[in-house]
Design a protein around this ligand. Structure first.
Ligand code: HEC
Ligand code: HEC
Length: 302
């Protein structure tokens, strides 16, 4: 019931520009035997990533995969894992290689989870890939020569219409974002962005780092338009951009790729041609031609 309401509100807000994709229902029947066990293990890890005994040491913040891939990716909204497995193998410009589903999943541990990349083909890595693959049961394989992104949302991801709004942002947008945050986000995520109870943190040490998709202004604004406030995703494009500017201008841990990889002798094969990568709040704003100090009104926060 709630989902129907959310979907209809979404279609009203987005219908002008965007036709919503028809994402199929998640399968309900688990595979038999050892494969079924692995799929269920993968689901458990995706729902409880930061506390699960097999992954808690790989996670450096207070998030679970389902914090952004709602309902563990069974959601039909942006962030769904329905269909995701069908695009792999997929080329990734970030790593400059063709990536497997395991590669793509494991890389999230370094960025969204601010932790260590699991070793390929270990039980943890296989279990998550088995679960995400199971969610694509019966869907046609496509592969993607351009980007490793869910097939239903590849056109909408990220929403290019938001880019001019981001590039023209000033301190006024930051202040409007702060107001929206206080009115529409803080009740769940906390005035200090540190999360409240089951509601996850948006900045500070408990949150995603500056290498994560969510730290890129166009990606977070797109995701927020589809998904937040939870159950009431009704922000206008401008308000989604402004609240994103406010949240992503708050402190987030700097990203240095090397800090998130095990030493070469333990890491197993790391399928990437890019071994140096660094991002900060400042560089993420600069990527859109913005000076984060001016955006914040010259209030320096490291
Ligand atoms: C802080 C939010 C966040 C968290 C937590 C997170 N992700 Fe993601 N994930 C994203 C975003 C945003 C994208 C789109 C990424 C992009 O294009 O950079 C994405 C993309 C992906 C994709 C690529 C395919 C697709 O559907 O677009 C996979 C697979 C994935 N995530 C798996 C995971 C797994 C597994 C975890 C937990 C270990 C996880 N993610 C945790 C935000 C998150
Ligand atoms: C009714 C409570 C509620 C409100 C209000 C709300 N959120 Fe969320 N938000 C959640 C929950 C719950 C999750 C995680 C979903 C899960 O774990 O199942 C989440 C996840 C997120 C995430 C991804 C996870 C993370 O911590 O990085 C972002 C980003 C986010 N919300 C931004 C916002 C913004 C921006 C607003 C205001 C426009 C907002 N939320 C309003 C409940 C809420």
């Amino acid at each position: 019931m709630k989902r129907v309401i959310v979907a209809s509100i979404l279609s009203v807000t987005l219908a002008m520009a965007i036709e919503l994709p028809k994402v199929p229902d998640a399968p309900t029947q688990y595979p038999e035997g050892e494969l079924g066990r692995l799929v269920k293990l993968g689901e458990d890890i995706i729902m409880n990533t930061n506390t699960h005994p097999m992954t808690k040491n790989l996670v450096g913040n207070r998030l679970q995969c389902k914090s952004c891939h709602l309902d563990g990716g069974k959601t039909k909204s942006l962030g769904t894992f329905m269909g995701t497995a069908t695009v792999f193998p997929a080329y990734s410009a970030r790593e400059k290689t063709v990536q497997s589903l395991q590669d793509r999943i494991n890389n999230c541990f370094m960025r969204s989870m601010n932790g260590k990349r699991p070793i390929i083909d270990t039980e943890v890595s296989m279990a998550m890939a088995a679960y995400v693959s199971w969610l694509s049961t019966g869907l046609p394989m496509k592969g993607n020569a351009k980007k490793p992104v869910n097939p239903y949302y590849s056109k909408l991801w990220p929403n290019k219409d938001l880019i001019p709004l981001i590039k023209s942002a000033t301190n006024k947008n930051y202040l409007n974002g702060k107001k929206i945050y206080e009115e529409r986000c803080a009740s769940c995520h906390g005035m200090d962005g540190n999360g409240v109870d089951v509601f996850p943190p948006l900045w500070g040490e408990g949150a995603y780092n500056t290498g994560a998709g969510m730290s890129k202004l166009d990606k977070m604004a797109t995701w927020v338009m589809f998904n937040m406030p939870l159950g009431d995703a009704t922000l206008s494009a401008q308000d989604a951009v402004d609240v994103t500017i406010y949240v992503d201008a708050q402190p987030h841990t700097d990203f240095y790729l090397k800090d998130h990889l095990y030493p070469a002798e333990q890491m197993g094969y790391y399928n990437s041609k890019v071994l140096e990568e660094k991002h900060t709040v400042r560089s993420n704003f600069k990527a859109f031609g913005l000076d984060v100090d001016a955006i914040r009104g010259d209030k320096k926060i490291k």
